[in-house]
Design a protein around this ligand. Structure first.
Ligand SMILES: *Cc1c(COP(=O)(O)O)cnc(C)c1O
Length: 469
């Protein structure tokens, strides 16, 4: 890292008259641009030589953290390795240069990819049809709820305006229901971390005819397998509502069990999570929605064409590379890795629900609460050791949630190294708590005041020199 240059804007590296280009001799003669189209003064553009530009952007890019640079145990996000083969397939010019308005007979290959991917997803989920239009998981949730809403309306069942969402649900679930114009009823988790059947029965008894759907994630956001889905589905179907499966956590179930067989009617899949598209920083994504037979006519048109086609290509390439036999290994390996970390750390980190987890699990901060070191401090200290922080303060069921999802690709050595660092931080919390509380010390930017940053974001940057525009 070139510290002298680091942190500057390209504008601050500018020097009058410096150039990174040379134009060929003018072969076209002189043409005057009309005065009305001309600037009054020159645009304030940086003037830099090529090497300065290359170093500047290379140094900036080195500040990125990604799955390709280090271990990324961000719970609920499934930051698995994205095989480079997928990128090669998605970059094939025959696919990349397609135009959506080309004549049908020239895009038969792309249509076949969509049809074959649909067939694979149907086989993996037990549902009958998929639409690929949604651009993300949350977009899929909205699409699925709109489908359910249309289904009820088509039957004249207009009073079904409420959606049951577990208190452990991902924040997008209640948000999507609200965007769809539906009201949310929260169902509580029991002490075992699973949806409480008593609370659900109570809700269904009171609200039965008003319920449009129940949304569930399985494994839920605590990484726990919801074992009572058959009873839940029966209760929900009996009152005339439908079961929605948030399939963002499909990874540990891949090839092992299927939402369609559990009684779910509508679901979305996060292709960018389970089916390996790079998705840090918000995109691109794809949240295909699957429905059981008889609901396909209610799928709405939420985007043009087939959504993010490049993500579909990556997903199909990934499925083909794994094949039917190896797709079955994803879930068990993700589950094994998560349990290995959990068991190796539960003597120093608080494990509120001590049971076998699926692909992820949640600690409630350090076991020794007397040090004053919080989950935030642990997460920041991990950055000093070159790890991406786990998901923190989510789910909301505990005060100090620290949610770890290693994914199936990580080796025993990587997991052991992470465990050693997590133990080291727990030691530091006892011996030198201030060091942990003031972390990170080795990143370009230290501890930020995230409340201030959220409430009063400063989105402009005061230049150090060339401050004349
Ligand atoms: C990631 C996630 C979502 C949202 O998916 P996006 O693609 O980020 O919109 C929804 N539910 C769960 C359980 C998730 O993990």
């Amino acid at each position: 890292m070139n510290n002298r240059l680091y942190g500057n804007l390209i504008f601050e590296l500018s020097g009058e008259g410096r150039k990174g280009y040379s134009l060929p001799a003018n072969r076209f003669g002189q043409y005057d641009v009309p005065q009305t189209l001309c600037r009054k003064e020159d645009a304030a553009l940086p003037e830099c030589d090529e090497l300065t530009v290359v170093r500047h952007y290379t140094n900036l890019s080195n500040n990125n953290f990604g799955v390709d640079t280090g271990f990324y145990p961000l719970g609920s996000c499934t930051m698995k390795y994205n095989p480079k083969l997928n990128e090669e397939i998605a970059a094939l010019p025959q696919f990349q240069n397609l135009h959506p308005l080309q004549p049908d007979h020239t895009v038969a290959g792309a249509e076949a990819v969509v049809a074959l991917l649909e067939r694979s997803l149907c086989a993996l989920t037990g549902l009958a049809h998929f639409t690929f239009k949604p651009y993300a998981g949350a977009h899929g949730e909205l699409t699925g709820l709109m489908t359910i809403d249309s289904y009820h309306r088509s039957r004249g069942d207009l009073q079904r305006r409420k959606v049951i969402v577990p208190d452990s649900a991902h924040g997008t679930n209640p948000a999507s229901a609200a965007v769809c114009g539906l009201e949310i009823i929260e169902v509580k988790s029991g002490p075992d971390g699973l949806v409480s059947l008593d609370d659900l029965e109570h809700i269904v008894n009171i609200e039965g005819p008003n319920i449009a759907a129940m949304m569930m994630t399985n494994p839920n956001t605590l990484g726990l397998f919801e074992t009572r889905i058959p009873e839940i589905a029966q209760m929900i179907h009996q009152c005339g509502a439908l079961m929605y499966y948030d399939g963002a956590n499909l990874n540990p179930m891949l090839g092992v069990c299927r939402p369609g067989d559990m009684g779910f009617d509508v679901m979305h899949i996060n292709l960018h999570k389970t089916f390996s598209t790079p998705h840090g920083g918000g995109g691109p994504g794809s949240g295909p929605v699957g429905v059981r037979e008889g609901l396909q006519q209610f799928l709405p048109c939420v985007s043009p064409y087939h959504g993010n086609f490049g993500v579909l290509l990556r997903a199909y390439a990934y499925i083909l590379s794994l094949g039917r036999e190896h797709v079955r290994e994803v879930g068990p390996l993700a589950t094994l890795n998560a349990n290995y970390i959990k068991e190796s750390l539960k003597d120093v980190y608080e494990l509120p629900i001590d049971t076998v987890c699926c692909h992820e699990f949640v600690f409630d901060g350090l076991k020794d609460k007397s040090t004053g070191v919080t989950t935030m401090d642990v997460a920041k200290r991990l950055l000093d050791y070159g790890y991406h922080a786990p998901t923190i303060y989510f789910p909301l069921l505990f005060h100090e949630s620290l949610m770890i999802e290693p994914t199936e690709n990580e080796s025993r050595e990587t997991l052991d190294a992470f465990i050693a660092i997590m133990r080291l931080i727990a030691d530091e919390a006892r011996t030198d708590p201030e060091r942990v509380k003031s972390a990170p010390h080795l990143t370009p930017i230290g501890r930020v005041d995230d409340v201030l940053a959220a409430k009063h974001p400063v989105t402009t940057y005061k230049q150090l020199k060339n401050d004349n525009n």
